[in-house]
Structure formats: structure tokens, C-alpha cells
Design a protein around this ligand. Structure first.
Ligand code: NDP
Length: 461
């Protein structure tokens, strides 16, 4: 009789867990996956995918406005929020089905229940069943933070609820200046809501390149989004269907919804981590792992947002795949967490890969900046007041392109391709040797001949 019921037990049917389960099963492992909610996890069910669908739909508003300059006369248009939500739900259900059948096709078994660790090899399912496993993978993801307790916090929604609102709010206040806050600000504004973003710092998107931060803010403001910085939400009052959001600055805003997007935390509670001896990383509250995604317990691994490393779906997928290759495929693989491209699907979009100017100047003695800020061709006829930002950060000593930052239409698509060059350590000369593709916005990346700034750090005396 086998020593354990299964070779691998995966807790969590999101992107990381599903990839690990499928690859391990392909290697011949007997695999069980527990998911207490819906297969697909944050990205598919209440994150990247429904968000992108909402972004695509909300952009139509701008397309309609821009059409007039190209000769179109579009009559009365109307938008139905309920149709959008219903069609999005249909697509998400389809994807959930695809995730489920792909796991099952690989030979892994899904149990739709919560699983809790009893010890390093034993799981207790909510159904009462006990399962023993040679290896365990924790891939339970993360969840929205509620932020600091403020009176009236119970009236505040997170991105989870934003996907299922019964009606489009005419006015919404969103606290936060990161990915989710800005993406939903663009979504709601696109569908016609009056949007106010409240951010505690001096400018949104902390950690991004300073030029990007300024550019996105200016462009969002041009599109009618109000961005209030240097203050926080102190209290939320509800009267009937309306809300009053009181700010730390003393002013207040009336709205139909209040949303917080103030970060996410790893789902580590109630998993039995202590019983199994799995340590938490005190620096970030996620499960502590090494470069192989191994926890403090030899047979227990963790991938994705629950480790609170780089909280992005493709990273979780890489980590899950690398774990399965390493443990079941006898092919040790470590995930390289450097130079990961990322995009904020705000409107306009932000795409970024590599170092910001600030990071480069802290790490390199010679940094050249190539920056351009231009009116995109479409705006010449649509008449829209908008500008695109493209910026390359280059190591002045080796000529290597250290970072690329774009704000404008298709920034994410462009950045994915540029990321290959940056990852390959391409030089500015390689960019220059590439013939422009005309007329595009991204041709600017290979036609910026002269640095707009050169930073040389003086040697310490
Ligand atoms: P972010 O970390 O991006 O942003 C959180 C924001 O909330 C920051 O502006 C932060 O301010 C602010 N904040 C944090 N705590 C408080 C507080 N106590 N009071 C007021 N404001 C506060 O988190 P998100 O929730 O937007 O997204 C979570 C993560 O999910 C992202 O970091 C990203 O990894 C991932 N994600 C990726 C997406 C993509 O790839 N397109 C889309 C959505 C999410 P400050 O900067 O001052 O700390």
C-alpha cells in the first residue's frame, strides 16, 4: 500500500496551483486540488480577466467621442451596465469550466472544498475527509485589504464587489493610488461615472518612474477624473442610498459608492500553517519560501500571491510550473524574479519593464535618459487633448537598456515585446539598429537618437 493517499495535494485552484497540478500530473504524480470557491482564482474570477473585459468595454466611450473627427456621426448611444455584467459573468463561467476540465484532463482530481493542514503530511477537508500527501503546495492567493479601520468601513466595497454591482454608480470615490484604484477609476469614468480618487501620498503609483506618475495623473485628470492627494478617507456616512466620504483634510464628497483599493494580503489565516510548522515571512506576512518556493517544511511548497513576492498571475504560473518541474520532473528550475514586465490598465495604460530612472541612478554611475512626449497620430484628427510618454533608461557605461516606460494606448502590448529585448540585455545601439515600423507610436523607441538627460554620479571625495 502507498505510504500517502496522493503524491501532491494543492490547496487553491488559481493560476499557480492549477499550473503546478497539471504539470505534476503530466509527470505521473497522483494529484488532488482543493478549491473552496471557484476554479480559476483571483485572476480569472475577480481580477485580471473580468477587469480587462471591463476596461475594453469602457474604452468604447472614448472611441465614440474620437470618431467625429474621422467623419462619423454617431447618434444617441446608450450603455447598459447589467448587460456588461451578465456577459462578463458568462465568459468567466466559461473560463472556470475550461480551468476545471484542463485540470481533470491532466488526471488530477479536484475537490470543491476547503482544506486545512493538520500536520506536514495530512489535510483535513471541510467534508470531514482526511487526505495524506507526500508533497503539499499552498497556492491560496490573496484578498483585498480593508485598510485602517475608519467609521463606516462596512459601507465600503473592494474590487471583489465592484465586479457585481447591481447598477453603475453615477458617482464613486476610490481610495488608493495603485493598480486596482487606477484601473477601476478608468473603468467607471469610461462608463460615465463621476470618479474621485483619494490617495495618501503626493502622487499616484508610488514605485513607478516619476515621469510616468506625473504623466498618468495629468492624462487621467484630462479625462475628467478628480485625483486628490495628500489625504485619506477618515469616515464614511450612509444616508439612504447615498454616501458622504469625509477626508482627513476636512472636506467631504458625496457619492453612490465608496471603494477601497489599498493593497492585498496573502491568504494565510486558518490554513493550519502552525500545526504543520510552516513559517510566515515577518517582512511581508506571506508564507516564507526559498528560491525553489520551498517553505520552512521540507515537503511543503508555496507559490503565487500567498508568498507575497511579485503578485502577478504570470509569476504565479511560472512558480507553479518550476515547482512541478523541480519536484516531480527531476528538472530543477528556479524562477528569475528580475526584469518582470508589468502594466497598469488605467486609461491611458502604463507599461513598464526594468529599472525606473530613480532606481538606475541609485545603482549606476552613468545613466542616460531618452524621453519623448508626443501627440499620437489619432489625436491629430480626433482633436483629443492627449499625449503619449515613452522613456528609455540606459546605462551610460555599457549602453545597456535598463528600463522602458510607456504611457499611452497599447502600452502593455508594446511593453511585452520590448521586455524581450530588455531581458536579453539589449543595448541602446541594438534599439538604434532596429528599423522603425512606421507609422506607429512605438517607433519612437528606436528613433530617439539624443539623450534628453545624462546623469553622472560624482565619485565620493
Ligand atoms: P497596490 O499596492 O498597487 O496599491 C495600494 C494603494 O493603496 C497604494 O496607493 C497605497 O499607497 C495605498 N494604501 C495602502 N495602505 C493604505 C492605507 N492604510 N490608507 C490609504 N491608502 C493606502 O495594491 P492594489 O490593491 O491596487 O493591488 C494589489 C496588487 O495586485 C498589486 O500590487 C499588483 O501586484 C496586483 N495587481 C496587478 C494588476 C496588473 O498586473 N495590472 C492589476 C491589479 C492588481 P502607498 O503607495 O502610499 O503605499
Amino acid at each position: 500500500m502507498a505510504e500517502f493517499d496522493v503524491d501532491l495535494f494543492v490547496i487553491g485552484g488559481g493560476s499557480g496551483g492549477v499550473r503546478a497540478a497539471r504539470i505534476a500530473a503530466n509527470y505521473g504524480a497522483k494529484v488532488m486540488v482543493a478549491e473552496e470557491y471557484r476554479m480559476g482564482g483571483t485572476c480569472v474570477i475577480r481580477g485580471c480577466v473580468p477587469k480587462k473585459l471591463f476596461v475594453i468595454g469602457s474604452h468604447v466611450h472614448q472611441e465614440i467621442e474620437d470618431a467625429a473627427g474621422f467623419g462619423w456621426s454617431i447618434g444617441q448611444v446608450s450603455f447598459d451596465w447589467a448587460t456588461l455584467v451578465a456577459n462578463k459573468d458568462k465568459e468567466i463561467a466559461r473560463l472556470e469550466g475550461a480551468y476545471t476540465s484542463n485540470v481533470e484532463k491532466s488526471g488530477a482530481r479536484i475537490v470543491k472544498t476547503r482544506a486545512v493542514l493538520e500536520d506536514a503530511h495530512t489535510l483535513r477537508l471541510a467534508t470531514g475527509e482526511k487526505v495524506t500527501a507526500k508533497y503539499i503546495l499552498i497556492a491560496t492567493g490573496g484578498a483585498p485589504n480593508h485598510g485602517p479601520h475608519v467609521p463606516g468601513i462596512e459601507h465600503v466595497i473592494s474590487s471583489n464587489e465592484a465586479f457585481h454591482l447591481k447598477e453603475l454608480p453615477k458617482r464613486i470615490v476610490i481610495q488608493g493610488g495603485g493598480y486596482i484604484a487606477l484601473e477601476f477609476a478608468g473603468i467607471f469614468a469610461g462608463y460615465g461615472s463621476d470618479v474621485t480618487v483619494v490617495y495618501r501620498g503626493d502622487n499616484i503609483l508610488r514605485g513607478f518612474d516619476e515621469d510616468v506618475r506625473k504623466h498618468v495623473r495629468a492624462e487621467m485628470e484630462k479625462r475628467g477624473i478628480t485625483i486628490i492627494t495628500g489625504c485619506t478617507v477618515a469616515k464614511v456616512d450612509k444616508h439612504g442610498k447615498d454616501f458622504t466620504t469625509h477626508l482627513s483634510s476636512g472636506s467631504s464628497i458625496a457619492s453612490d459608492q465608496v471603494m477601497f483599493a489599498v493593497g492585498r494580503h496573502p491568504n494565510v489565516k486558518g490554513l493550519g500553517l502552525e500545526a504543520a510548522g510552516v513559517a510566515i515571512n515577518p517582512a511581508n506576512g506571506g508564507i516564507q519560501v526559498d528560491g525553489w518556493s520551498k517553505t520552512s517544511v521540507d515537503n511543503i511548497y508555496a507559490v503565487g500571491d500567498v508568498t507575497h513576492r511579485t503578485n502577478l498571475t504570470p509569476v504565479a504560473i511560472r512558480e507553479g510550473h518550476a515547482f512541478a518541474d523541480t519536484v516531480f520532473g527531476k528538472r530543477p528550475v528556479q524562477v528569475d524574479h528580475a526584469t518582470i514586465p508589468t502594466a497598469v490598465f488605467s486609461q491611458p495604460e502604463v507599461g513598464t519593464v526594468g529599472l525606473t530612472e530613480e532606481e538606475a541612478r541609485a545603482q549606476f554611475s552613468h545613466v542616460d535618459i531618452y524621453k519623448t512626449d508626443f501627440r499620437p497620430i489619432k489625436a491629430t484628427m480626433s482633436g483629443r487633448d492627449t499625449r503619449v510618454l515613452m522613456k528609455l533608461v540606459v546605462d551610460g557605461s555599457s549602453d545597456r537598456v535598463l528600463g522602458c516606460h510607456i504611457v499611452g494606448d497599447c502600452a502593455a502590448e508594446i511593453t511585452q515585446a520590448v521586455a524581450i529585448a530588455v531581458k536579453m540585455r539589449a543595448t541602446k545601439a541594438d534599439f538604434d539598429a532596429t528599423v522603425a515600423l512606421h507609422p506607429t507610436a512605438s517607433e519612437e523607441l528606436v528613433t530617439m537618437r539624443t539623450p534628453t538627460a545624462r546623469h553622472v554620479r560624482q565619485a565620493a571625495e
